[in-house]
Design a protein around this ligand. Structure first.
Ligand SMILES: NC(=O)c1ccc[n+]([C@@H]2O[C@H](COP(=O)([O-])OP(=O)(O)OC[C@H]3O[C@@H](n4cnc5c(N)ncnc54)[C@H](OP(=O)(O)O)[C@@H]3O)[C@@H](O)[C@H]2O)c1
Length: 324
C-alpha cells in the first residue's frame, strides 16, 4: 500500500471509514465480529488510517474501534472527531460546540472509549459559528502540547476558516465529502489545501455506496437508514442518479476493475496528498476497496469519469452547516 503525508502525518493512501459499522446505514451494529475482522484485515493489508467520531452511535463506534485495537493500537493512525455533540452544559446535547471547554471534555471521552492515551488526528467535525476558530485551535494546540492528540484536522470547513485555523496552529488534514458525484471541493478548498500543504481526506468516496452500483432500489435501505432521507436517494432523484452508477460501471468494465475500485482510483489520481476513507463493515468489500491502490486508470478513462452526468439532489438535506 502506498502512503501519503497529511501535513506531515504519514498514512496509507486508502484508509478505512468505520462509521457504518455502528451507525447511519442499513445493517449497522448487527455484526460486531465481522466489523472487527474488517478492521484487522485492513491492518493486515497495510491500511493504517482508521476513521471514527464520537457522534457515530453516538459513542458506540469509538468503543468498537477501541475493542478492535486492544492489541493493535500502535499499528494504526487513529482519527476521531469532536464538535457535533456538546458536553459543556449538564449532559450531552447536539452542538455544534467547539468551545475549549467542550473540547477538553470531549477528548477525555474519546481517549477512554478508544482505549488509548493519544489520538493521532483529531478533527473538528463541523465548524461552530459561535466559537472563533482561533479559540478552537488554541485549545487543540494545548492538547498537542499535553500529548493527548498529535495532529489537528477540520471537516467541511470553508476556505476562510481553513486559512484562519492554519495560521493559528497547523492543520494536517481537511476531511470533506469528495467523490465522482461530489466535486464541490475542486472549486476552492482542494486548491487551498494544496497551497497550504494540508492533506485532503475525501469522505463518502463511494457516494455512500451509490457509486458502487450495488444499491439499485430504495427498498434496499431500512427506514432508519440515513440515506432514506438524503436528497440524492429520494424518490424524486434516485432513478435519475442510477444513470451515474451505470456510467461508472461501464468505465469500470473497460478498466477491468469494479466500480468501487474505479471510484477510488479516480480520487487517488487527483493528487498525492489525497487519502480517501471508504467505509465498509465487511472483509470482502474491504479487500476489494484496498485493491484500488494498484489500479491505474488511463487518461481516457479519467476523462470519461470527469465527464459523468451531474447528480440530482443536494448531498445533505440541510446544507447550512457545511463550508462555513
Ligand atoms: N466528516 C464527516 O462529516 C463524515 C461524513 C460521513 C462519513 N464520514 C467518514 O467517511 C467514511 C466513509 O464514508 P461513508 O461510509 O459515508 O460512505 P462510502 O465510503 O462512500 O460508502 C460506504 C457504503 O458503501 C458500501 N460499500 C463499501 N465498499 C463497497 C464495495 N466495494 N461494493 C459495494 N458497496 C460497498 C458500504 O456498505 P457495507 O458496509 O455494507 O459494505 C456502505 O454502505 C465513514 O465511515 C466515516 O468514517 C465522515
Amino acid at each position: 500500500m502506498r502512503h501519503v503525508s497529511l501535513g506531515g502525518l504519514d498514512v496509507s493512501r486508502i484508509g478505512l471509514g468505520c462509521m457504518g459499522m455502528s451507525a447511519f446505514y442499513t445493517g449497522a451494529g448487527t455484526d460486531e465480529a465481522e466489523a472487527v475482522r474488517t478492521i484487522h484485515r485492513a491492518i493486515d493489508l497495510g491500511v493504517t488510517l482508521l476513521d471514527t467520531a464520537e457522534v457515530y452511535g453516538p459513542y458506540t463506534n469509538e468503543e468498537l474501534v477501541g475493542r478492535a485495537l486492544a492489541d493493535r493500537r500502535d499499528e494504526v493512525v487513529l482519527a476521531t472527531k469532536f464538535g457535533i455533540l456538546s458536553h459543556s452544559g449538564p449532559g450531552a446535547r447536539r452542538g455544534p460546540d467547539s468551545s475549549p471547554r467542550n473540547i477538553r471534555a470531549a477528548v477525555e471521552g474519546s481517549l477512554r472509549r478508544l482505549g488509548t492515551d493519544r489520538i493521532d488526528l483529531y478533527y473538528q467535525h463541523r465548524v461552530d459559528p459561535d466559537t472563533p476558530i482561533e479559540e478552537t485551535m488554541g485549545a487543540l494546540a494545548e492538547l498537542v502540547a499535553d500529548g493527548k492528540i498529535r495532529y489537528v484536522g477540520l471537516s467541511e470547513a470553508g476556505p476562510g476558516t481553513i486559512r484562519r485555523a492554519h495560521a493559528a496552529h497547523p492543520v494536517a488534514a481537511l476531511q470533506t465529502e469528495y467523490s465522482l458525484w461530489t466535486r464541490d471541493p475542486e472549486t476552492d478548498v482542494l486548491p487551498l489545501t494544496r497551497e497550504l500543504g494540508i492533506g485532503f481526506v475525501p469522505y463518502s468516496p463511494l457516494g455512500r455506496g451509490f457509486l458502487t452500483g450495488r444499491i439499485r432500489s430504495r427498498d434496499q435501505l431500512d427506514d432508519t437508514d440515513f440515506r432514506k432521507d438524503n436528497p440524492r436517494f429520494s424518490e424524486a432523484n434516485f432513478e435519475q442518479n442510477l444513470r451515474i452508477a451505470d456510467e461508472v460501471e461501464a468505465i469500470a468494465r473497460d478498466a477491468g476493475a469494479t466500480p468501487a475500485q474505479t471510484a477510488l482510483a479516480w480520487l487517488l489520481a487527483q493528487g498525492d496528498t489525497i487519502a480517501p476513507i471508504p467505509g465498509t463493515k465487511r472483509v470482502s468489500r474491504l479487500e476489494e476497496n484496498v485493491a484500488a491502490d494498484t489500479l491505474t486508470l488511463t487518461p481516457e478513462q479519467l476523462t470519461r469519469l470527469a465527464a459523468l452526468s451531474a447528480p440530482s439532489g443536494d448531498r445533505y438535506t440541510d446544507m447550512s452547516p457545511l463550508n462555513r
